[in-house]
Design a protein around this ligand. Sequence first.
Ligand SMILES: Cc1cc2nc3c(=O)[nH]c(=O)nc-3n(C[C@H](O)[C@H](O)[C@H](O)COP(=O)(O)O)c2cc1C
Length: 363
Amino acid sequence: MIGAFERLLRPFLHSLDPEDAHALTVRLLKLAPRVRPPADDKRLAVRAFGLNFPNPVGMAAGFDKNAEVPDALLGSGFGFVEVGTITPEPQPGNPRPRLFRLDADGGVINRLGFNSQGADAALRRLAARAGAGGIVGINVGANRNTPDRVADYVRMMERFAPVASYVTINVSSPNTPGLRDLQQAAVLDDLLARVIDARERVTRNAGPTPVLLKIAPDLTLADLDDIVGIARSRRVDGLIVGNTTISRPAGVRDPKSGEAGGLSGRPLFPLGTRMLAETYVRAEGVFPLIGAGGIDTGAAAVAKFRAGASLVQLYSALVFRGLGLVGEIKSALLTALERDRLAALADLIGTDAAAVTAEPWPH
Ligand SMILES: Cc1cc2nc3c(=O)[nH]c(=O)nc-3n(C[C@H](O)[C@H](O)[C@H](O)COP(=O)(O)O)c2cc1C
């Protein structure tokens, strides 16, 4: 129902300024009648981080920054929704324009800079839907001008654990100056120690809350060695690989590719998938990975599983393809299982990881 309506509307949305189109889409989803999606094929079910996902296709962070429409998104067929990034205090983000469609490349550049209504507003909405079911992860970040970034993450962990299926520590947005420095080994070790400690403190009231770390695709492999090692030693529940890239891969031709900000969508797929496979071989199955970056077809999603993902997330391709892509990906996953006579998605995970890491570095 949402899908058919959206198909009619997409050309109009595409004619608008990208940020206005996004705001209108969220408003329409708010108005959409609540529907229960048809039950997913059992072979699409995934158990990860102690959670039972009905299917492995998630809405990536950044679409529903203020937790306004998680249930409408779940109703559109996503197996899980990650809301945020939410910052402790409200903040406006960077000046507009700050969101660009790269039509020639199927890409998006954003330099939104954590525009957020803040923790109180999001908490109110999430508390109101408590008990509604569905997997809703909360992606948290630090305020741009905070005196203590690590303290921001600790406070967000404490506040959101009771309403979150999982909490994602986002240290990989390129649009908050200095944020990605939190990925440096010593800083990250301290950050994760304190966040996990906060999680343990609130577990008695909030129940167990998985903690995921979302990383940038622009790390060196030496950085990645450190990060995976720290995530393992601090017993993080999983990694999301990953965020937008500050690189501009060869072949990107849209004139808007010169805009500053993080690039996502199809041009991110080769780098994002390589980093996913590199992370998979380092994680050695200790925790599951969520693959994100440039998934715009069923085949691209299957490739993410083969590179090492247990779950996937997408955002940019929805701008070009609409919500129908979610169903297309689910069908492609089932076809891949049938073709290779596999019983479950788990049998697909990482089958190509070694091969992907042996390829020339994507440029
Ligand atoms: C407009 C826009 C806003 C985003 N905002 C966030 C954010 O607030 N927090 C975050 O962790 N990732 C954010 N992302 C990154 C996405 O969650 C995702 O990791 C990335 O876009 C790669 O997936 P894709 O190629 O399917 O879009 C944003 C992406 C876009 C396009």
